[in-house]
Design a protein around this ligand. Sequence first.
Ligand code: PMP
Length: 398
Amino acid sequence: LFAGIQDAPLDPIMRLFEAFNADTRPGKLNLAIGVYTDAEGKVPRLRAVQEAERRWIDKALPKTYRPIEGTKPFRDAVQALLFGSGAAILGESRAATLQSVGGTGALKMGADVLARLKPGATVAVSDPTWENHRALFAQAGFTVVDYPYFSADTGGVDYGAMRAALERLPAGAIVVLHACCHNPTGADLTAEEWADLVPLMAERGLIPFLDIAYQGFGLGLDADAAPVRRFAESGQEFLVASSFSKSFSLYGERVGALTIVAADSSLRAKVEALAKRLVRASYSNPHTHGAAIVETVLTDPALRADWERELAEMRERIQAMRVRMADSLQQRHPDRGFAAIKVQKGMFSYTGLTPDEATRLREDHEVYALETGRVCVAALNAHNIDRVLDAIDAVARR
Ligand code: PMP
């Protein structure tokens, strides 16, 4: 039965993660991960999350099944977070939100829905993108291609090349777009580029699938969702995968949501019913605990305000690390383009380190970065940053 299975190599992040765990050197430092750590290098337990958890436990509710799509307050809160409270679309009943197993589960559920409606379609992902995008859409039966995105010359987006590639895609192709804080590069489209892209998608008959896994880590909760809001205002149909893993520091609780925006409320009802049918035959019902915590924080004004304060602290701490890293490395290596690190957004940056430099960083300095040069800026802090900068300086010198 199992003898014919082909070797399935782990993706590079998982491979490096295993190598890091097996490394016995005491000074090892992991900048290859996708987790925010605080000024003390710990994964934070957010105050509002802890309070919501205490309240939830005190209620001692029976552990019944949760609705397939999640509770209404959770779904409404997710929509308000995405579209902005008071947004016109909230009253139009054309957006369906379903609780998902993290952002990954939202992408998977969306992929399964689209596979029913557009079997064999092309899915275009940015070059580069989060490793799992390609695997996830390929596994759902799509042909996955990429569109040019990152410019190594500027450390930003090569929007001209991206636009030209999207114009060449066949109508009905699905385009995966990072709404903010692009993983792995940190390079985001400007507001003007989004303003150009949104109508282009509709004109070309392309299907936008927005991935928003870092809302609040770029410029702020509202500013980071601006592309989602622009699509909503355009009236076109699209999908959004939200993750609350980072913004609530709830990685292992697997809280996310898929939002499907249809042209009108009757189409919304049809696609929502399809998504629910697919979930029913997949894992039947979503979990309770993590989503209940997120729901409590988002709907209780005091907890919400405190969460927003702590999220801002995380965002500002990352930005401070970006500035220190960019300024120090730019000064030492003016020709390497390190200045882009402080313009890039979110938890990651493409630093421009070569695979060989990343290897020496790991072997000679115990600092783990991806071979692509991706570094998790959110894992830097006052205790480790000087050491990291000196190590990058040393490998860039040779
Ligand atoms: N999309 C992107 C761009 C991500 O970086 C991640 C997480 N690394 C996800 C989706 C998945 O998020 P989750 O951990 O909530 O499944």
